[in-house]
Design a protein around this ligand. Structure first.
Ligand SMILES: N[C@@H](CCC(=O)N[C@@H](CS)C(=O)NCC(=O)O)C(=O)O
Length: 205
């Protein structure tokens, strides 16, 4: 059985979606990151970086933090949602790192400066908005004439969906990118995705 330490956030949703897709049994342990529970000693023992998500897999005794590492762990555990040939696997890992290193941090900074920062700093808002839109266009280009980011539906789509869903709900539109918009609808219509974005709760309004 897997324990999933999570919250209703883009990185948390990646893992609930993946566990739902894989039909793996799991216990949800909510970490209220808005109230600072990630800084408690017992949570820091699981992830010294004080961020959700984290899984503890009691079948293997392993604890894994960093959402894309968890996705890779779950894909390898089950042999599903990641291609098996070396070429296709490395292509998937490449796009997984693209999500972790570019989409997540840039979208996160855009949301912070545009919506949450107490002081509105035009330079910061403009910088992260432009970079996020450039990243939309990278994804839109990749999705031209393909249904999924890799050849088949995989953890790479799940990794991106957590963030694309969240920024859409925050009001950052991407309708001007038709391939990305079609991909978003394709994923949103999957039952496991629809369920995953309600665990532990839908996004706060
Ligand atoms: N690179 C990390 C980012 C994790 C992350 O930023 N988690 C957020 C929620 S989406 C969090 O725990 N924030 C609490 C904090 O920053 O104190 C991952 O992909 O797992």
């Amino acid at each position: 059985m897997i324990d999933l330490y999570t919250e209703n956030t883009p990185n948390g949703y990646k893992i609930s979606i993946c566990l739902e897709e894989l039909n793996l049994p799991y216990n949800v342990k909510v970490v209220d990151v808005r109230q600072g529970e990630q800084f408690k000693e017992e949570f820091l023992a699981l992830n010294p970086n004080a961020k959700i998500p984290v899984i503890v897999d009691h079948d293997t005794g392993l604890t894994v933090f960093e959402s894309c590492a968890i996705l890779l762990y779950l894909a390898d555990k089950t042999g599903k949602l990641i291609p098996s040939s070396a070429k296709a696997r490395w292509e998937a890992i490449e796009w997984l790192f693209f999500q972790a290193a570019s989409i997540g941090p840039m979208f996160g900074q855009r949301a912070h400066f545009a919506l949450f920062a107490p002081e509105k700093i035009p330079y910061a808002i403009d910088r992260y908005t432009k970079e996020s839109e450039r990243l939309y266009s990278v994804l839109d280009g990749r999705l031209k004439e393909r249904e999924y980011i890799c050849d088949e539906y995989s953890i790479v789509d799940i990794a991106h969906f957590g963030w694309i869903h969240t920024v859409k709900r925050m009001g950052f539109s991407f309708e001007q990118f038709p391939n990305l918009t079609a991909w978003y609808s394709r994923l949103a219509s999957r039952p496991a995705v629809a369920k995953g974005i309600t665990i532990p709760a839908p996004l706060p309004m």
